[in-house]
Design a protein around this ligand. Sequence first.
Ligand SMILES: Cc1cc2nc3c(=O)[nH]c(=O)nc-3n(C[C@H](O)[C@H](O)[C@H](O)COP(=O)(O)OP(=O)(O)OC[C@H]3O[C@@H](n4cnc5c(N)ncnc54)[C@H](O)[C@@H]3O)c2cc1C
Length: 295
Amino acid sequence: MQVPASFEYRRAESVADALALLQRFGEEARVIAGGHSLLPMMKLRLARPEFLIDINDLHELDYLRLEGGELRIGALTRHRGLLESELVGRHFPIFHDAERVIADPPVRNRGTIGGSLCQADPAEDLAAVCAALRAIAVVLGRGGRRAVPMEEFYRGPYETAVGAGEMLVEVRVPIRANAGSAYRKVERKAGDWAVAAAGAALALDDGGRIGWAGIGLAAVGTSMVGYRRAEQALLGREPSEPAFAEAGRIAAEDCDPLTDTRGTEAYKRHLAGELTRRALTRAAERAAAAAGEDG
Ligand SMILES: Cc1cc2nc3c(=O)[nH]c(=O)nc-3n(C[C@H](O)[C@H](O)[C@H](O)COP(=O)(O)OP(=O)(O)OC[C@H]3O[C@@H](n4cnc5c(N)ncnc54)[C@H](O)[C@@H]3O)c2cc1C
């Protein structure tokens, strides 16, 4: 039987209370949200926090709203909330594409965006989505709030910019005009983690060319961010299959997959390129539709 090492459990009553507990117990404390990643790690003794700070009563961290030209997502927003939100689907269909293929309903009912990003598993789908969208993580600590771009949020597998005594409270996604986004994933069976996956976001300029591009990949390297070369190759071009195929080829070159039980390095690299191409193609269709509506 797998059982975690012993720990003390505290249920935070407010964000201020959670923060005070985190600061009191320092390195030995961990936040628990949905528990779908942390509890398995504790049972395997890969994580041994001495204090668990439960944030599930902090309903003030469970929200989706538009503010300041951004979609603001509270850290305790569940996968299910993202999947069922019309607001999210209207502005960022990439979230719906991804949520449909994350795990199964029991996991989606409990798992949170905060937990997904803070877990920093290189196969985490929402992390690739947030990388493609250039989301900003809002981290709360002793000195107040600080905004951390996704490129800086990831410090490596299972490591983020959230330090001891801090917590992630919000994810902000900038809304761009004439924009579209999409996510494509290959999994071995329904509900499984990705063999490989790609998220893409595009914004068209007034002439219908690609004015901005974001790409994030899951399960093909230690980081979901850092596909700048592929993004740059798209800028100023007509949205077209040759452009998307080239970006896919560059993303495949720049990723860093490992052979494991889900597939060989070569297969995953091939998937990275093909899924990037497909995600870009769908994102461009959605951007063209948005441009039609906006214009
Ligand atoms: C069977 C199964 C299948 C799955 N399949 C997939 C899949 O296909 N794709 C996918 O992307 N994910 C998958 N997951 C993971 C799932 O999405 C989890 O919900 C997610 O990884 C973690 O969210 P959580 O809220 O459960 O986090 P928790 O397990 O509660 O926490 C995870 C980590 O984040 C920290 N943390 C949580 N919230 C905060 C916060 N606000 N501030 C600071 N630190 C915080 C915790 O301390 C912990 O270190 C799967 C999980 C399971 C059990």
